[in-house]
Design a protein. Structure first.
Length: 279
């Protein structure tokens, strides 16, 4: 089933947490000279212009990135947003590929998988002419574990739509495949927190399953906003990062708290913790 288009949700509060953490991980990894290989299993369009009908339809960005002051957005995600919006007015929302493209060096490579035909066409258009960006018209669940290799500096973002219930256990099995190929790979997983429907509460078994893998520096960042954004089907969002770059467990909380404060999320609905300690 290929019905999901992220443009309807681009820039919402879940995107803010996802991209702020993703950018921080990538910035930390690019501090070492060895080239980095970055992979995304569900890349989407790359960028989301506000002028497009799909982005305007749900206008969820108004409750997320659109509610924040561009000039003071902290950290590398803020830098990526401002690079796409040099006038200081939000006209284009960066997807995770655009966040990565802003942070990566010419020696690094970004591999993107996308199956939805509309999303894929727009992704190819965005990536055109960027030599270190590689678009794969393949199933990311299969293609990305095949590309990961021991000895490489690999980092993977898994953020499917979760429209199908079977995607939840597929996350855990895919992470296992990646880490079997390269135990040192960084892996970042996005999860929705849903309060209704057949997938209600399905994020929690995934978090527990990733914790059981016992990978050093497994980190959880989680926001809930059931009362703040009562009209959203999403009631919150979670990010799990395995093999988190050194020191981010200290620097991530104040960074993410700054974004949450801008969205008027109280401290008691935010979680930042190491599920598995650093070895």
């Amino acid at each position: 089933m290929l019905s999901y288009q992220h443009a309807y949700h681009a820039g919402n509060p879940a995107d803010v947490l996802k991209h702020a953490l993703w950018a921080a991980v990538l910035e930390a990894l690019t501090q070492k000279p060895k080239p980095l290989k970055v992979y995304e299993t569900h890349a989407g369009r790359g960028v989301y212009p506000l002028a497009e009908a799909e982005t305007q339809r749900g206008a969820e960005w108004q409750h997320g990135l659109g509610a924040l002051a561009l000039a003071t957005l902290p950290g590398p995600f803020g830098d990526a947003v401002r690079a796409l919006n040099p006038t200081g007015v939000l006209t284009t929302i960066p997807g995770s590929p655009a966040v990565a493209a802003h942070l990566l060096r010419s020696t690094d490579h970004l591999h993107l998988c996308e199956l939805h035909p509309t999303e894929r066409a727009k992704l190819h258009r965005w990536a055109r002419g960027q030599a270190n960006i590689h678009c794969h018209d393949d199933n990311g669940w299969v293609q990305i574990p095949a590309l990961v290799k021991a000895g490489q500096r690999d980092v993977v973002l898994l953020d499917p739509s979760f429209e199908r219930a079977e995607e939840y256990p597929t996350v855990t099995s895919t992470v296992q495949k990646i880490l079997t190929k390269n135990p040192a790979a960084g892996v970042v997983v996005w999860l929705p927190i849903l309060g209704v429907g057949k997938s209600k509460g399905q994020h929690q078994p995934v978090i527990e399953g990733l914790k059981v893998l016992n990978v050093q520096a497994t980190y959880l960042a989680q926001w809930r906003w059931a009362e703040r954004f009562a009209g959203f089907a999403l009631q919150g969002t979670a990010m799990v990062a395995l093999n988190l770059p050194y020191g981010l467990e200290t620097t991530l909380p104040p960074l993410l708290q700054a974004y949450a404060q801008g969205l008027a999320l109280p401290r008691n609905v935010q979680t930042y913790t190491l599920l598995v300690a650093r070895k």
